[in-house]
Design a binder for this molecule. Structure first.
Ligand code: TMP
Length: 209
């Protein structure tokens, strides 16, 4: 990233049902209340590639014949990420705003890594700059599954127990070596999870006192 005046870039990660979307909004609100300019973004994005991805996620099953392959989906996620960076993340950071992204590169390493070699998923995402902080909202698969059942909605490509079990395990495994990552216990109530995330951010000493 070329700009010198730059906000912080934080990615929220976790299995489906872990609460990344809820926490992105809550954390942004709290940081906004401290006078920071905060932009919340998400992947898949609302752009053209992101819209195609959402359609594919809602209408095809991982491993089933007929739909796009895991590699095709992986490349679309990587392309959507570049679109996300160019249209949303980089302009916001350059303007001095903080960016809270609901999912980023680690999602690809985890989800696409279930079906594809990790080295290849890393390679297609190599030009995406790392966040200043990645927060993994960790929840056991059974807890995430109950939450998904409770909220209803479309049955997506990755929304089945065997796949999500792998997702939870892979997040835990990759979190041990992923740079600038902090794990947060996502089983607690949303207020407590938000408070934990804000504590992690405060420890970074990025906030004016
Ligand atoms: P969400 O908007 O409910 O988080 O759904 C996005 C889905 O896409 C979720 O199952 C995670 C998955 N995903 C990937 O497989 N790879 C990626 O790189 C990203 C960003 C999301």
């Amino acid at each position: 990233m070329k700009s010198t005046r730059r906000g912080k870039f934080i990615a929220l990660e976790g299995a489906d049902g872990s609460g990344t979307t809820t926490q992105a909004t809550r954390v942004a609100k709290s940081l906004g209340a401290r006078g920071l300019s905060v932009v919340v973004t998400c992947e898949p994005t609302a752009g053209n590639i992101g819209a195609l991805l959402r359609h594919l996620l809602a209408t095809t099953k991982a491993g089933a014949s007929g739909g796009p392959s895991a590699a095709e989906v992986g490349l679309l996620f990587a392309a959507d990420r570049l679109d996300h960076l160019r249209r949303e993340i980089e302009p916001a950071l350059a303007g001095g705003a903080w960016v809270i992204s609901d999912r980023y590169v680690l999602s690809s390493l985890v989800y696409q890594g279930v079906e594809l070699p990790l080295w290849w998923v890393r390679a297609i995402n190599r030009t995406a700059p790392p966040p200043d902080l990645t927060l993994l909202i960790d929840v056991p698969e059974i807890v995430a599954r109950k939450r998904r059942a409770g909220r209803g909605g479309t049955h997506e490509r990755f929304d089945h127990a065997a796949f999500q079990k792998q997702v939870v395990l892979r997040y835990r495994r990759l979190s041990k070596t992923f740079p600038r990552l902090q794990v947060v216990d996502g089983t607690r109530n949303p207020d407590d999870v938000t408070a934990d995330i804000l504590r992690v951010i405060a420890r970074r000493r990025w906030l004016a006192r």
